[in-house]
Design a protein around this ligand. Structure first.
Ligand code: ADP
Ligand code: MG
Length: 618
């Protein structure tokens, strides 16, 4: 049963449909080909007609669309809005609003809807809703908004100074960082000419650079000073870019990004200065120095170039570091590079190096990490030790001769005695013609002794090659004792020996060790002008070493002398050479041993520790 209201509604609906029918042919194109979606509603909000564009927008075909209730066509949070505007239109008002529509497949479409009331015979019979798809528009707007926002965040917060100027050079925009960099607020500089802020000395360059940017339309890059509010200036690196109108190709404005490089410039200048000082120090260093990275020479000083036999430094820069290292030392050189790469310095080590002419020399080499031209590098020091080795040998020999010379006096005495005996017995032999066996034996042993002493003397006074062999220490000490005994007896000195074990052997050079013991014993005798006792103790020390102690009951040494022991030419004796201890130390170190001194008024103890034979493979 239809009530009176229903009847009115139905009448209006009939009127609307008739109206649409009547106007169909007139409005056909406007309706069918419209770029916007159109849906026509009766006054109750039922869809009565849609155009093809609406079909595409909503996904519903015309007949299906007519079945869809308005409240289901829009997401729930838009339904109120849609109905609100619909009712207003039914009351005769034009309405325009944005909303979203849910298409058949569930996608949301952004729409701008215009509601036009349809009036037939002065009665509103329906609403024509024109729906424009604004999805793309919205998306673009959102994109622009995001870019703008990003832009703002960037320009407002960058530490760099961003300036935009017009063609006349007047400042249009400046980023807030202006206050921090120049001390001016944005308001103080906007509309001013940008050239007013450039250091007078740099203005000309800046002007030409800008001119070039404007004519070539390419980005410009340069460094100059700009003036701060407090009168000081800052160094900046500037990148400027012309903003071009895409249609007219005219420059609209120039945007520059300025970076404060004062700190950087200062650091660079300081580094340069440091490097110059470093170079000066190294260049005039008496040590040969080069700086290397990998296998490459980065720098070499005069001394090094000379040592390597290079007429000019360029010859060195053309070869690799491995070219100057003897093949036997390539491996260890590589290992030492690793040490330096770890940031540590190496010790001095003897290397065989090759000069440019191919000759080989021995040098002591040390490497340390350094920074060169702002990059990590190796600072390598090397010293030619041929000269030093020669000097050392000379010293060694001169001391040997000295010792031999001094011993000769004692030997003469020693030789005279057996000779006297021989003479005496020979006289006896002459007297008694029957051959007495005893006399002959005595003659024999005395002759042996002469021979031995003379041979020892010969060994000492003759320079010789180093020869490492197994040395029986007890035998060695006994032979030294015999050699020095005469001098000892003459000075009222007794030499005692304590051997804690037999067969103690070490690996070493017999003659050099002999020289050490002679030096020590001679010093001891010289420290006891009124006579005394020298005790030589020999024992095993830890599992792989032997310990020798030389104790005397002499005058001893005060601290200040003890400290200087081993200095070349340090002597307290009128006819001393001051070389004995230095050479002894050197020899013991060559045998991988150590030497120590203790002394007081009661006498001196000298301790020598040496590795035992099988632990010293030299
Ligand atoms: P030289 O014997 O020619 O003086 P050395 O190098 O052998 O040179 O000894 C250096 C100095 O050390 C000696 O001049 C002496 O003062 C001191 N010295 C060495 N050994 C002893 C010792 N056993 N007792 C006291 N002083 C010593
Ligand atoms: Mg001496």
């Amino acid at each position: 049963m239809n009530g009176p209201v229903e009847t009115i509604k139905n009448e209006k609906r009939m009127l609307l449909l008739e109206f649409l029918d009547e106007n169909r042919s007139r409005c056909e194109t406007l309706f069918t080909d419209n770029l916007d979606g159109i849906f026509i509603l009766d006054i109750e909000g039922n869809i009565v007609q849609v155009n093809p564009k609406f079909e595409r927008l909503s996904g519903y075909e015309a007949e299906a669309a007519k079945q869809v209730k308005l409240q289901f066509l829009f997401p729930i949070n838009y339904v109120n809005k849609v109905f609100h505007h619909f009712h207003k239109a039914v009351l005769g008002q034009f309405q325009n609003y944005d909303c979203k529509m849910t298409s058949k497949n569930g996608e949301l479409v952004d729409l701008n809807i215009t509601n036009v009331p349809i009036s037939v015979n002065n009665q509103i019979t329906g609403v024509c809703a024109v729906a424009r798809d604004i999805t793309e528009l919205k998306r673009r707007k959102e994109e622009v908004r995001k870019v703008e926002e990003m832009h703002k965040i960037l320009t407002d917060n960058v530490l760099d100074l961003i300036i935009s100027t017009n063609l006349k050079g007047e400042i249009l925009y400046v980023s807030p960082s202006c206050v921090h960099i120049l001390g001016y607020t944005a308001d103080e500089v906007v509309n001013q000419n940008s050239f007013a802020f450039i250091h007078p000395d740099d203005a000309k360059n800046a002007y030409y650079n800008r001119k070039k940017v404007l004519s070539t339309l390419e980005n410009g890059r340069e460094c100059y000073r700009i003036l701060k509010k407090d009168g000081d200036f800052v160094w900046v690196e500037s990148i400027c870019k012309p903003i071009i109108d895409p249609e007219t190709r005219h420059v609209l404005e120039v945007v520059s990004v300025l970076r404060d490089i004062s700190a950087q410039t200062k650091v660079e200048e300081e580094a340069k200065k440091r490097e110059e000082t470093y170079r000066d120090i190294v260049e005039y260093s008496p040590d040969a120095v080069f700086i290397a990275s990998g296998d490459q020479f980065l720098y070499i000083n005069e001394t090094a170039a000379t040592l390597l036999g290079a007429a000019n430094k360029e010859d060195i820069y053309n070869i690799g570091i491995s070219d100057i290292i003897h093949p036997d030392y390539q491996e260890i050189a590589k290992e030492r590079i690793q040490v330096v790469l770890r940031g540590e310095a190496t010790d001095f080590l003897e290397f065989k190096l090759i000069r440019l002419d191919g000759t080989v020399f021995v040098a002591e080499v040390k490497e340390l990490p350094t920074i060169f031209q702002s990059k990590p590098a190796r600072h390598i020091i090397f010293r030619d030790i041929m000269e030093r080795k020669k000097t050392q040998e000379l010293l060694l020999n001169s001391e040997k001769l000295n010792v031999a010379g001094q011993l000769a006096a004692g030997i003469a005495h020693e030789v005279r005695n057996p000779l006297t005996a021989i003479k005496g017995f020979l006289q006896l032999m002459e007297a008694q013609s029957d051959h007495n066996q005893n006399y002959f034996e005595i003659i024999q042993s005395e002759m042996d002794r002469i021979e031995l002493i003379l041979s020892e003397l010969l060994v000492l006074s003759k320079p010789h090659e180093l020869k490492f062999e197994t040395v029986d220490l007890i035998k060695l000490i006994e032979s030294v004792k015999m050699l020095i005994d005469t001098q000892a007896i003459m000075n009222g000195v007794r030499i005692e020996t304590i051997y804690s074990s037999k067969n103690i052997t070490i690996n070493g050079d017999k003659n050099q060790l002999k020289q050490v013991f002679i030096n020590i014993l001679k010093n001891a005798i010289e420290a006891m002008p009124k006579g005394g006792i020298i005790t030589i103790e020999l024992k095993k020390y830890s599992f792989n070493k032997v310990k020798l102690l030389f104790k005397d009951t002499g005058s001893g040494m005060p601290q200040h002398i003890l400290k200087r022991l081993g200095e070349p030419f340090f002597t307290t004796k009128e006819d001393g050479t001051g070389l004995g201890i230095m050479i002894s130390k050197h020899i013991i170190e060559n045998h991988e041993g150590t030497i120590h001194f203790w002394s007081d008024q009661k006498g001196t103890i000298i301790e020598v520790i040496l590795p035992m034979a099988r632990y010293n493979q030299k």
